[in-house]
Design a protein around this ligand. Structure first.
Ligand SMILES: [Zn+2]
Length: 473
């Protein structure tokens, strides 16, 4: 009986979304969709409610209030590194704020997280002349001995060049990876893997050119991972300006000697993922997840990464509840903990809920800025992308749809399991200027842009959670 009704339900849903039963699961950038006219009509009928949601947020003060709550949060807690007491206090604050805003369905799930604490760090060039070099250690870097490490620098452009350099030129030296920014994905490997690769060739420490296309002498931190069975060497980032200087000195045949001192501690602590539910009125077990991470690096204020994405995701169930708009399915906001050290909170959630993944209808994340919104980067089957593309038509001109294949950071773990999902597309060309640096403060944000993102995020989530069809796998 159960199987028969499930079968009939699947058939009904499928016949509603598609006029053509031969779709294959695939990814396209320009897709030809054959959605049924009834579904297109149904989606179009959401125009009024999406306009209401966006008007309430943009023009009737809800967005302004949210922005004040956001800037108060950022100024009260500042940086919220994984494992810190500040992060836990900021989580408590968001729980209280949820309840104060009239939504009581807020829970947390405990997660064991890394707690790496930066101590004193310095780099001084000793030869060919004395100069202080701005430095920031990379997450989980080991310390140097108390007097630091004094050694010659060798400037290397790429892993390929490192591989092709005889070990004897690397042994006992400090490798500087001077890889110029192409895209974040292409360049970040020097941060995440550089220390291990340099160590295998006999280096005693490693530095990277900061992963950013632009600098006013700003070093940028981030996660790095030691491979198993590799000697752990201290590793840090320097500015584009100093990387260029050291490159020029090497090209001129100078012998460059530096002293690097780095101190840190590393242990494990407990943290929490925070879950805020607006229960669905017809299918509460089915989830449309909207998310951002609440932790940040230990520099700057974590306003952009990811205070903005966290606040607009938190705001989605809160504002819909205030507007008394309950969708068919549950809208679940998740404030991931400990994203920065390597998606620790998201991995814990996936693990804990591994047997209920079929309940996740769609998963969204904003972790690439909350500048002026453009649309969604969508991962999923062709038909999933056709439905989301149809929904986006309600939001013109915020109707761009891209298909990078890997939207978001935390949600990649879910998308890789075949769950359709999307990240917020926004005009974030300057995102990596500030990312993981002291520059990530409220000054980067603009109220009108963040409010526009929040309005779009809430309204698009509402439609996906309420339409008569699930987003197919
Ligand atoms: Zn982030």
């Amino acid at each position: 009986m159960m199987y028969l009704s499930l079968f009939l339900f699947v058939i009904t849903v499928y016949s509603l979304i598609s006029t053509n039963a031969t779709y294959v699961v695939n990814r396209y950038d320009d897709i030809e969709c054959n959605l049924k006219p009834e579904l297109i009509k149904e989606i179009a009928s959401y125009k009024n409610v999406t306009r209401t949601i966006m008007d309430e947020i943009i023009s009737n003060g809800y967005g302004r209030t949210m922005y004040k709550q956001y800037s108060d949060f950022i100024d009260t807690f500042g940086a919220r590194p994984s494992g810190s007491i500040t992060l836990e206090k900021s989580i408590d604050h968001m729980i209280n704020l949820t309840i104060e805003n009239g939504l009581n369905d807020v829970t947390t799930e405990e997660v064991e997280v890394p707690h790496w604490v930066r101590g004193l760090e310095s780099v001084v060039m000793l030869s060919p002349r004395q100069k202080n070099i701005a430095v920031i250690g990379l997450g989980t870097s080991v310390s140097t001995p108390p007097d630091g490490i004094t050694a010659e620098i060798i400037v290397i452009s790429s892993f390929k060049e490192l591989e092709n350099t005889d070990d004897k030129y690397i042994k006992g030296k400090i490798v500087l990876f001077d890889a110029h920014y192409v895209t974040y994905g292409d360049t970040v490997i020097y941060r995440s893997q550089g220390a291990s690769k340099a160590s295998k060739k006999g280096a005693v420490a490693s530095l990277i050119r900061s992963i950013t296309p632009f600098s006013i002498y700003s070093p940028h931190t981030g996660a790095q991972f030691y491979e198993a069975n590799v000697t752990k060497i201290p590793t840090a980032a320097i500015t584009l300006e100093d990387a260029d200087l050291l490159r020029r000195l090497q090209d001129d045949g100078e012998k460059i000697i530096i002293n690097i001192k780095m101190f840190s501690t590393y242990d494990q602590k407990k943290s929490r993922n925070t879950i805020v539910d607006l229960k669905g009125k017809e299918q509460p077990e089915k989830l449309v997840i909207v998310s951002g991470h609440i932790d940040s690096w230990d520099v700057g204020q974590g306003a952009m990464d990811d205070g903005g994405g966290m606040i607009i995701s938190w705001f989605t169930p809160v504002i819909l509840n205030l507007l008394q708009l309950k969708p068919r399915r549950t809208i679940r906001a998740i404030l991931w903990t400990s994203e920065e050290p390597g998606l620790i909170g998201a991995a814990a959630y996936l693990n804990k809920h591994i047997h209920e993944l079929s309940n996740i209808n769609f998963i969204m994340e904003s972790d690439e800025g909350t500048f002026s919104p453009r649309g969604l980067d969508v991962a999923g089957s062709k038909i999933a992308r056709c439905i989301v593309g149809e929904v986006l038509k309600l939001f013109s001109p915020i109707d761009e749809m891209t298909n990078s294949g890997g939207p978001g950071s935390d949600i990649t773990l879910f998308v890789n399991k075949g769950i359709p999902g999307a990240s917020l597309l926004n005009k974030n060309e300057r995102y990596f200027w500030f990312h993981h640096s002291e520059g990530d403060t409220m000054n980067v944000q603009n109220m009108a842009d963040v409010v526009d993102c929040a309005a779009f995020w809430a309204a698009v989530s509402y439609v996906i959670a309420d339409i008569s069809v699930d987003i197919p796998r």
